[in-house]
Write a protein of this length. Structure first.
Length: 303
C-alpha cells in the first residue's frame, strides 16, 4: 500500500516527486519506536511507501506496529541474520524510486521527504542524496548539529581514506543504484552503511541537501557505542576493501579513539602518561586527513 494523501498541490514539482520507500528496522525498541513511526507518517508526503521490518522483538514492539498497520505498505516480524539482512528484506519489497531506512531510535524532522523529493527531481541520476541533521540524546534533546556550521559537502577521497561523515537517517538512495550494487552487504554488522556510501559514490557523486532532515539518537546501548574493537576492525576491513591499503588514516583514527576509550576506563593499567602519548599520536594521524580533503574530525573540506 502506498499512502496517497489528498492535499492541494501548490508546488508545481509535486507531480514529479518520486515514491519514497521508508524502511524502519526494529528489534526490542518499543520505548522509542512510536516516535519514529509518527515522524514518518506526519511527513504528509503524498507518495509514501512505509514498511517496518522487525527482527523478532519480544518487548511489545510488534504490538505497537500492529496499531499502525493500516498506514503501512508492509511489515514483517521474524528472526534475521543482522540488521543489514533485515533491511535487505525490506528493500526487496520496495517500489519507490527513492528508498531509505530510519532506525527505530531515530526520527525525521518535518519536511524531510519533501526535501529529498526536490533534490531527486533536480538530479534524478544521483546515486544518493544526503542531508544535515542533529545528534540528539535518548530523550530527543538536540546535542549538536551534525555537519559543523551546516556545511553539507561531499568528497569521495575524504570518505575512502578518512571517516564516515554521512548522516544515515538523513540519506535517501536511488533504488536503481542500490540494486545495481547488490543491496547491503549482510556480512557486515557495524559498517554496512559506510560500505554502501563507498559503493554508491563509485558510480557517481551524490547530491548534498543543505537542510536538517533527521535526528540520530546517541546513547550507551547503540551499536556504535558498544561495538568497541569489533567495530574498529570491521571499519578497517571496509577501508581496506575500498582504498586498497591495509589501514587508512581514518581507520587508524577510529582505532585510536576506541583504544583511548578503553584505556581511559582502565587507569590502573594505562596511566595518564600513556594516554597523553596516545593523544599525541592520534592528533598527528588526524592531521593526515588533510591530504584527502578532510578536517581532523573527518568532515570534508569545501573545494
Amino acid at each position: 500500500m502506498i499512502v496517497n494523501q489528498d492535499r492541494s498541490i501548490s508546488n508545481p514539482c509535486v507531480e514529479e516527486w518520486p515514491t519514497i520507500t521508508v524502511i524502519t528496522p526494529v528489534y526490542n525498541r518499543a520505548d522509542l519506536l512510536e516516535h519514529c513511526i509518527v515522524s514518518v507518517l506526519d511527513q504528509d508526503y503524498p507518495k509514501l511507501e512505509y514498511g517496518i521490518v522487525d527482527g523478532g522483538s519480544t518487548d511489545g514492539s510488534v504490538d505497537l506496529v500492529r496499531r499502525y498497520e493500516d498506514k503501512l505498505a508492509f511489515w514483517l516480524s521474524e528472526p534475521d541474520d543482522g540488521q543489514a539482512d533485515g533491511l535487505n528484506k525490506g528493500f526487496r519489497r520496495a517500489t519507490g524510486e527513492l528508498v531509505c531506512w530510519l532506525n527505530a531510535d531515530d526520527f525525521f524532522y518535518p519536511g524531510a521527504l519533501e526535501a529529498a523529493a526536490e533534490a531527486y527531481v533536480a538530479d534524478p541520476d544521483a546515486p544518493f542524496f544526503f542531508g544535515n541533521g542533529f545528534r540528539v540524546d535518548r530523550s530527543g534533546r538536540q546535542v549538536a548539529e551534525f555537519f559543523p556550521e551546516g556545511r553539507v559537502h561531499f568528497r569521495r577521497d575524504a570518505l575512502v581514506f578518512g571517516l564516515n561523515y554521512i548522516l544515515q537517517p538523513s540519506t535517501f538512495i536511488r533504488r536503481a543504484a542500490l540494486e545495481q550494487i547488490g543491496l547491503l552487504d549482510a556480512t557486515l554488522h557495524y559498517g554496512f552503511d559506510t560500505d554502501l556510501w563507498l559503493k554508491l559514490s563509485a558510480l557517481r557523486s551524490p547530491q548534498p541537501i543543505r537542510k536538517c532532515l533527521a535526528a540520530s539518537r546517541e546513547y550507551d546501548e547503540t551499536k556504535t557505542a558498544t561495538g568497541s574493537f569489533a567495530r574498529a576492525e570491521e571499519l578497517r576491513r571496509i577501508a581496506e576493501r575500498h582504498a586498497g591499503v591495509a589501514a587508512t588514516p581514518g581507520s587508524i583514527c577510529y582505532y585510536l579513539d576506541t583504544l583511548h576509550r578503553a584505556a581511559s576506563s582502565n587507569p590502573e593499567i594505562f596511566p595518564r602518561a600513556y594516554l597523553k602519548a596516545l593523544e599525541l599520536f592520534w592528533a598527528v594521524t588526524a592531521r593526515l586527513l588533510d591530504r584527502y580533503g578532510a578536517r581532523s574530525d573527518g568532515f570534508p573540506l569545501n573545494d
